[in-house]
Design a protein around this ligand. Structure first.
Ligand code: PLP
Length: 396
């Protein structure tokens, strides 16, 4: 029999993944062109050509023993230096290789930092709605995920509720901006208010409360919106990121943790993160992809492609009468369900129109749905009549 703890994880296993599997089955029945799968955040923009060129160059030009070998658990030093230099160029910081741990995607990085920080029963606060896996990641280390509300309509952190949710057991606040699932971006003024609150609470309890900034969507933002660099706002910030979305490499599992020297307990944390990487069984982030990341970290994905999708989907759904949050970043549209129980709407969209979307309760927020628009433009065009028919059936 499987462990009790694992039984809990299996029971709460991702509805997003379940929908994705359902989509594949439906494609076999209806034909792939007649199933409109908006369930998964799997970028359909190909990786930049520079990624392919780098792979070829590395496997043909670099020492194969080095390219495919073990290295320091934190990752290759030259790779970490290249990423630190890149971040310094963007944010005017002075990070070095010693501030980086290469990780197995953003998910791997979150698990490494939570393993590093959590004692059993410690609390990890996050803002609803949120990437549902956070609950399992905290649970992996016997931490407790605590939900703090967002402001209805804007989906910014609700400061009063955040204040109420921070206790002497709070070890970390996970922030995710640009946000999955809402597409909102937290402006600097909001982050400053959050930072002030955390500083106050650290003082009150005599504890350290870290912000874990989960930002795999940092470079996917629209209309010139600025994505503030959170370590400049709150010194006890650890950044977790990846190249899954920004270079369209989700299956390659490559990302990093950035732990600034200003973070309380820096030396212990970086040393522990190094060990956590090893004993979680990752040992180190994928070697070839580390070397690719070093060469390609300044490459950009085709944000214009997602922007075109965003505009078509948002404008059309609004026109049909749906209430939507205008996405400022990432590639998700957050929409209010026309009926209270969003599962009814999700089921109707699937059964009557072959449209696959994800219920908001997967993100800790009932009554809403997430539509991932990292799909072909034609998929959106072809799905729109179905969205319109459903809107009409609900009398929007
Ligand atoms: N955090 C958020 C908010 C995400 O949306 C995702 C993936 O969708 C992850 C983390 C995990 O990213 P990765 O594939 O780089 O592990």
């Amino acid at each position: 029999m499987i462990s009790k703890k694992m039984q809990g994880f299996v029971a709460n296993s991702s509805a997003i993944r379940a929908m994705f599997e359902e989509g594949k089955k439906m494609a076999a029945v209806y034909g792939a062109d007649h199933v409109y799968d908006f369930s998964l955040g799997n970028p359909n923009v190909p990786a930049p050509d520079a990624v392919r060129d780098a792979i070829v160059d590395i496997v043909t030009g670099e020492d194969p023993v080095l390219v495919h070998g073990y290295m320091n658990n934190s990752g290759y030093e030259d790779v970490r230096t290249a990423l630190a230099d890149h971040l310094n160029g963007l944010y005017g910081t002075s990070y070095g290789a010693e501030n980086l741990v290469m990780t197995v995607g953003a998910a791997g990085g979150l698990n490494v930092i939570l393993k590093t920080l959590l004692n059993p029963g410690d609390e990890v606060v996050t803002i609803t709605p949120y990437f549902g896996e956070y609950r399992s990641y905290a649970g992996n280390f016997d931490g407790v995920l605590v939900e703090a509300a967002s402001v209805p309509g804007t989906f910014m952190p609700d400061l009063a509720d955040l204040r109420a949710k921070i206790t002497d057991r709070t070890r970390a606040l996970i922030l995710n901006s640009p946000n999955n699932p809402t597409g909102v971006v937290y402006p600097e003024a909001v982050l400053r208010e959050v930072a002030d609150l955390l500083l106050e609470k650290q003082k009150e309890y005599g504890t350290e409360i870290y912000i874990i900034s989960d930002e795999p969507y940092r470079e996917i933002a629209y209309d010139g919106v600025e994505i503030p660099w959170i370590p400049s706002v709150y010194p006890n910030t650890v950044v977790g990121s990846s190249f899954s979305k920004t270079l369209s490499l989700p299956g390659e599992r490559i990302g990093y943790l950035l732990i600034p020297s200003e973070v309380d307990g820096f030396a212990d944390i970086i040393a522990a993160a190094n060990v956590a990487t090893r004993i979680l069984g990752y040992v180190n982030a994928p070697s070839l992809m580390q070397r690719v990341a070093a060469r390609c970290c300044a490459e950009k994905t085709n944000v214009g492609y997602y922007d075109r999708n965003r505009k078509l989907l948002y404008e059309s759904l609004k026109e049909y009468g749906y209430e939507c949050v205008r996405p400022e970043g990432a590639f998700y549209l957050w929409m209010k369900s026309p009926v209270e129980d969003e599962r009814e709407f999700v089921a109707k969209a699937k059964d009557e129109e072959q449209i696959l979307i994800v219920p908001g309760r997967s993100f800790g927020c009932k009554g809403w749905v997430r539509i991932a628009y990292c799909v072909a433009y034609e998929t959106i065009e072809n799905a729109l009549p179905g969205f319109k028919r459903i809107a009409e059936k609900y009398g929007l």
